[in-house]
Design a protein around this ligand. Structure first.
Ligand SMILES: *[C@@H]1O[C@H](CO)[C@@H](O)[C@H](O)[C@H]1NC(C)=O
Ligand SMILES: *[C@@H]1O[C@H](CO)[C@@H](O)[C@H](O)[C@H]1NC(C)=O
Ligand SMILES: *[C@@H]1O[C@H](CO)[C@@H](O)[C@H](O)[C@H]1NC(C)=O
Ligand SMILES: *[C@@H]1O[C@H](CO)[C@@H](O)[C@H](O)[C@H]1NC(C)=O
Ligand SMILES: *[C@@H]1O[C@H](CO)[C@@H](O)[C@H](O)[C@H]1NC(C)=O
Ligand SMILES: *[C@@H]1O[C@H](CO)[C@@H](O)[C@H](O)[C@H]1NC(C)=O
Ligand SMILES: *[C@@H]1O[C@H](CO)[C@@H](O)[C@H](O)[C@H]1NC(C)=O
Ligand SMILES: *[C@@H]1O[C@H](CO)[C@@H](O)[C@H](O)[C@H]1NC(C)=O
Ligand SMILES: *[C@@H]1O[C@H](CO)[C@@H](O)[C@H](O)[C@H]1NC(C)=O
Ligand SMILES: *[C@@H]1O[C@H](CO)[C@@H](O)[C@H](O)[C@H]1NC(C)=O
Length: 509
């Protein structure tokens, strides 16, 4: 299958990693970083409008080693609006017919042509003659057997399915997977409906691969699969988006929500280096580690005694010591490599004591991912852990960039005409190259195209409850067209993750 087989055969020759230094100062180093200009690349012009793709990293995105103000507390701050915006007219929108497909029953696997006979319907007492499945709880338990059933039921259908080749279809009955506003832990930034977003259709779309239907994410079964395990998301704020989505779905399926809590009792999830939700009844945790570059942010002191920020392309991020032991790890990186500083690459990228005077961003990205790949090879035991890499999530800034009035408000439908999709990002081609050179299996969640359709899925202006006086004057100027509303698009990433786990979890002990 195209998606899952990013497992390739040539080893990267054994690199060394330095991960142990300065762990002690990790948490004390947690600080904020204010917005700085991030500008992204593509501009595609059509007859009636310009679609600009850009990224706005969360202004509160954690980035400990960039801070210049050590006295700053880890409190939530209002995003500093980027200066210098120009007004755009949000004129042309993609108009396209609504897809109204007859819903397929999500509980019924849709058999792929040529994939045979698995028409067995499973019921709770229909436990076929099994010897203990290798992965799941060995205890004879109705819940663990339901995991086995779910695995059996879907394995045939999903086995040859290309998860990332498909379309969005309307599914009124089962979507959204949780009620908007029902999940209190969603950051304000993603809580679009609570922030006043009026339309709802964007929450009713299900990703439908051409060759199969994805199983509906069953939180109870997923928790059974995670029993006794740690699942860690590692990356930038888009991975926080995905993490919050999953925690909501899982939390909504437990009997006693009181037994689900953030390990340190936190209720906001922007601004610190790591978070962990504990599901006590399942003895498992679903964690998030902020590591926007995956490699280590650092600094050097130049001859004049001035400190300068650098990015250590040769060292994995410091939190690796903490996520190292996780049973399932979902990585991402990408958007931060469009940062002015990273993309210009002047006196910024460092390897050993060498700071490159100039280095192309793609080359730096390749070096960083290679460092990451070596770390995985060295530190992940493929017999015990599963590794995923979630690809680049598309952005939709119309008529400008994130810091120049780019907009995605009033978009209520996905793109239907593929002509308007953007080319596959070169960074992801670099990633694919790195994955090919690895021996440890890494499953690539190739979500770029799937997200590219969803110009309707972003918070746009519904990114906070109340606007500042400044923002009220021109509310349309401040839009988030990079992250996703929840419930929304990242729920589908998690459904794909769920499907992957049904297929793969029995590979690890
Ligand atoms: C930082 O937090 C401490 C206690 O948590 C508080 O006493 C102090 O005033 C805060 N400083 C700022 C700048 O908010
Ligand atoms: C606004 O941006 C333009 C181009 O990016 C730049 O030339 C100009 O100096 C900026 N203005 C302010 C006030 O930052
Ligand atoms: C739409 O855009 C065109 C050209 O960009 C402009 O001439 C026209 O006035 C705009 N219409 C609206 C309603 O903004
Ligand atoms: C959808 O289903 C309804 C009844 O369930 C049926 O009348 C209609 O023809 C179907 N439409 C399509 C496109 O299959
Ligand atoms: C599927 O069923 C057909 C007929 O029912 C049978 O001939 C075929 O061998 C089956 N295939 C598999 C893989 O069981
Ligand atoms: C149960 O499994 C055993 C060994 O795998 C097999 O011989 C037997 O036929 C199976 N029984 C049923 C009812 O499937
Ligand atoms: C079965 O699972 C429940 C919770 O899902 C657990 O409390 C119980 O101990 C399990 N039974 C066995 C025999 O492990
Ligand atoms: C909980 O899971 C950990 C592994 O994550 C395991 O070491 C421990 O024994 C489990 N505890 C219980 C009570 O099952
Ligand atoms: C897609 O858009 C292009 C360019 O506007 C147009 O030529 C083409 O006919 C459209 N395709 C469909 C299927 O609407
Ligand atoms: C990922 O999806 C893109 C389409 O967006 C495709 O061009 C690329 O080949 C896919 N990569 C893999 C490894 O399947």
């Amino acid at each position: 299958m195209m998606a899952s087989n990013a497992v390739k055969y040539m080893p990267i020759h054994g690199g060394t990693t330095t991960t142990t230094d300065e762990i002690k100062s990790f948490f004390s180093a947690v600080k904020h970083r204010k917005t700085s200009a991030f500008v992204y690349a593509f501009v595609i012009t059509f007859v009636t409008f310009t679609l600009c793709v850009a990224f706005t990293p969360s202004p509160n995105s954690y980035s400990p080693w960039f801070s210049t103000s050590p006295s700053q507390n880890n409190t939530l701050q209002a995003p500093a609006p980027p200066e210098n915006r120009t007004l755009v007219t949000n004129n042309a929108t993609f108009e396209s017919p609504t897809i109204v497909k007859n819903r397929t029953d999500p509980s019924q696997p849709l058999l792929t042509a040529g994939s045979s006979n698995q028409t067995r319907t499973t019921t709770d007492d229909d436990v076929p003659n099994q010897t203990a499945a290798p992965s799941v709880d060995v205890s004879v338990n109705s819940s663990s057997s339901s995991v086995k059933q779910e695995m059996e039921k879907w394995s045939e259908t999903l086995k040859d399915c290309e998860f990332f080749d498909g379309e969005w279809i309307k599914d009124d009955d089962t979507y959204p997977l949780y009620e908007p506003g029902s999940c209190k832990l969603i950051d304000e930034q993603f809580d679009c409906v609570s922030n006043g977003r009026p339309d709802r259709d964007f929450q009713k779309l299900k990703w439908k691969p051409k060759k199969c239907s994805l199983p509906r994410l069953n939180g109870g079964i997923m928790l059974e699969m995670l029993r006794g395990r740690r699942l860690a998301f590692v990356g930038d704020s888009l991975n926080r988006n995905m993490w919050e989505s999953l925690v909501c779905m899982l939390k909504g399926s437990v009997k006693d929500e009181g037994k689900v809590y953030e390990a340190k009792g936190r209720h906001h999830f922007r601004g610190e280096a790591e978070y962990s939700f504990v599901f006590q009844d399942y003895n498992c945790s679903v964690e998030f580690f902020v590591s926007p570059f995956l490699v280590q942010e650092s600094e050097i002191v130049d001859k004049t005694g001035t400190k300068k920020e650098t990015l250590r392309l040769d060292l994995i991020g410091k939190s690796s010591e903490q996520y190292k032991g996780a049973d399932i790890i979902v990585f991402n990186t990408g958007h931060w490599w469009t940062h002015d500083k990273t993309s210009k690459g002047e006196d910024y990228y460092q390897e050993g004591s060498n700071v490159y005077h100039e280095l192309d961003v793609l080359e730096a990205f390749r070096k960083a991912l290679t460092t990451w790949g070596r770390w995985v090879e060295k530190n992940v035991n493929p017999e015990k852990s599963l590794v995923f890499f979630r690809g680049f999530s598309a952005t939709h800034f119309r008529g400008g960039q994130w810091n120049s009035g780019g907009a995605c408000d009033s978009e209520t439908e996905p793109i239907k005409n593929e002509t308007y999709l953007t080319p596959y990002p070169p960074k992801m081609k670099v990633l694919e190259g790195v994955l090919k050179g690895m021996t440890t299996p890494v499953t690539y969640l190739n979500i770029t195209r799937l997200t590219d359709y969803r110009k309707d899925g972003h918070p746009s202006v519904y990114r906070k409850q109340s606007l500042s006086d400044e923002e009220k004057k021109t509310p349309l100027l401040y839009q988030d067209c990079s992250h996703w509303c929840l419930p929304g698009v990242p729920d589908s990433w998690n459904e794909i993750l769920y499907a992957e786990l049904l297929l793969k979890l029995n590979q690890i002990g």
